[in-house]
Structures are given as C-alpha cells and as structure tokens.
Design a protein around this ligand. Structure first.
Ligand code: CO8
Length: 276
C-alpha cells in the first residue's frame, strides 16, 4: 500500500516545538493496517529523538473520522501468525506513543472507535470536536478491547463506567465523554458554519493547538518530568510514587531553565526556557 499514511509536521515561528502527527488513510477511515502502524512507529521514533519537540498533537486529516480501529478487512486476509505479529506491533506502537517523553494531545474531530479510541487513550489529553463519536464496539464483534482499552480506560474513569461502555459497546458523543472525564475539553459547533466545513475545519484540532500553545512556554524538562511522575502515580504504591516524584524533581534542580525561571520572576518578565 502507498506510503504517506502518517504525516509528521514540525511547526515553525512562535509554534516551534509543537509537532502535529496526522493519520491520513482516507479510503479506510484511518483503519490501522500493517503499513500505517509501521509508518506510525517510525514517526514516533523521530519524535522521541527530537530534542526540539515539546508538545505533540495527534490528529486525523480525514474528515469525520479520527481512526476506525483495527483494519478489519486486512485482518481477514492474514494467517494466524501474521495476525499475532500485527497485533504485537500495534500494541507496541500504542505503548511507544504512551511512553513519549513529551505531552501528547489527541484531537478527536470524528469517529474514534475500537482500536482508534484505544489509540487516543495513549495520549495525555483528549480534545473533542463537535463531531466526535467515541466507543469500544468490540463486544459487538465478539471480541474484547485488546489494545489496552480495558486497562487504560479503567485507570482513567474507573471500572464501573468502563464496564458500562464495554458491555454495551455503545457510541457516545463529546459531552458524555467530558462528563465521564474521558476528554479534557469539548468544542462547541460554530453556528454559522455548515456541516461540511465544520468537519473539514477541524475544530478539535484548532483547540488542541491552543492547548499546545499553553503548554509550550513552560519548562520543557519540567513538563516531561511531571508527565513521568504522574504516569507512575496510578501504577505504583504511594511510597514508591512519592520516591519517583522526588527523583523527577531532582532532574529539574540542576537545569539552567530553573535559574531562568527565578531570574524572570525577579525581573518581572516572561521566562524563556531552552530545555536545558
Ligand atoms: N477496517 C477496515 N476498513 C474500514 C474500517 C475498519 N475498521 N472502518 C471503515 N472501513 C472502510 C469501510 O469498509 C469503507 O470501505 P469501502 O468504501 O471499500 O466500502 C470505508 O472505510 C468507508 O467506511 P464507511 O462507508 O463505513 O464510512 P462512514 O463515514 O459511513 O463511517 C465509521 C465511518 C463510523 C468509522 C464506520 O466505518 C465504522 O463504524 N467502522 C468500523 C468501526 C469499528 O467497529 N471499529 C472497531 C474495530 S475492532 C478494533 O479496533 C479492535 C482492535 C483491538 C486490537 C486487539 C489487540 C489484541
């Protein structure tokens, strides 16, 4: 299949440090195929090694859809060992996304179903556009969420809410997602905009950019260390969690940025952080 199903853009000017990773496989609604997952993992590798990268936005350029989940058509053509290999690669990609040191924001402007929803759960923040449709329909396909959904969603919103969504497989929109704590922000539809331009305009992406711009000026090492510490918070016992926080705190102490923060405070100006 043709390459170019994943695109990585490094923003410039005042937005330098923001990276947008786009899924663009329109003919299959960004379904996760072998080629898409492989390109996606290459892009993650680039981001991980990019010292200038401060905030990452994951979005779709396909109108009306974030990601339709696993490629069900390709899967039907695979032998059992191929399926095993593919699922391993997909789950590894999800872990690699989750483990990126920079904060990540998923812009959900359309359907994020099954593996597509699980993909968004590997990001730190989720922003829903007016047309977001989320759901874990796996039980309706006689399988269960298998790319981290049962664990990551339970960690995020608790077991009872997760069971309700998984047992029913129901699809839900931005506001239920907000009230359950699945998304951090919802964008209202713009009244004067017709449906077509609303989908194409990517209101969720625009809002995700605003969030990225709010994170961007903060100390890059501090933001990374905060992410690391918070990620440990829900998986270790409290004493270990506090130890991890201390270790992460210790990483920011020797930075030049910390001194710049103190100087800027004293001089009543905005700090300029360099990430060192
Ligand atoms: N796989 C392959 N092709 C797909 C998929 C998919 N998941 N979703 C859509 N497509 C294809 C359609 O077949 C169609 O192709 P064609 O034009 O050749 O008929 C094309 O994309 C357009 O689709 P629609 O006409 O349906 O487009 P709509 O805009 O009407 O609807 C939706 C878009 C809402 C995304 C709809 O396509 C849909 O509901 N898709 C299925 C979503 C779904 O059920 N996903 C869950 C899959 S299961 C999963 O992800 C589990 C992963 C677990 C990993 C396990 C690890 C162990």
């Amino acid at each position: 299949e043709a390459a170019g199903e994943v695109q990585l853009v490094r923003h410039t000017g005042a937005d330098t440090g923001i990276l947008t990773l786009s899924l663009q496989r329109p003919k299959a609604k960004n379904a996760l195929s072998r080629s898409l997952v492989s390109e996606f993992r290459q892009a993650l590798e680039e981001i991980r090694n990019d010292r200038e990268a401060r905030v990452v936005i994951l979005r779709s350029t396909v109108p009306g859809v974030f990601c339709a989940g696993a490629d069900l058509k390709e899967r039907a053509t695979m032998s059992p060992p191929e399926v095993e290999r593919f699922l391993y690669s997909m789950k590894t990609a999800f872990k690699e996304l989750e483990a990126l040191p920079q904060p990540t924001i998923a812009a959900l402007d359309g359907a994020a179903l099954g593996g597509g929803f699980e993909l968004s759960l590997c990001c730190d923040l989720r922003i829903a556009g007016p047309r977001a449709i989320l759901g874990l329909p796996e039980t309706s396909l006689a399988i269960i969420p298998g790319a981290g959904g049962t664990l990551r969603l339970t960690r995020l919103i608790g077991s009872s809410q997760t069971k309700a969504l998984v047992f029913t497989g129901r699809r839900f929109g931005p506001y239920p997602a907000l009230s359950m704590g699945i998304v951090n922000d919802v964008v209202e539809p713009v009244e004067c905009m017709d449906e077509k331009s609303m989908v194409e305009h990517g209101l969720g992406y625009e809002r995700a950019l605003e969030w990225a711009r709010e994170i961007l000026p903060n100390g890059p090492i501090a933001v990374r260390m905060a992410k690391r510490s918070i990620d440990h918070a829900s998986s270790v016992d409290p004493a270990t969690g506090l130890d991890v926080e201390q270790l992460c705190y210790a990483q920011v102490i020797p930075t030049e940025d910390r001194l710049e923060g103190l100087r800027a405070f004293k001089e009543k100006r905005k700090p300029v952080y360099k990430g060192c």
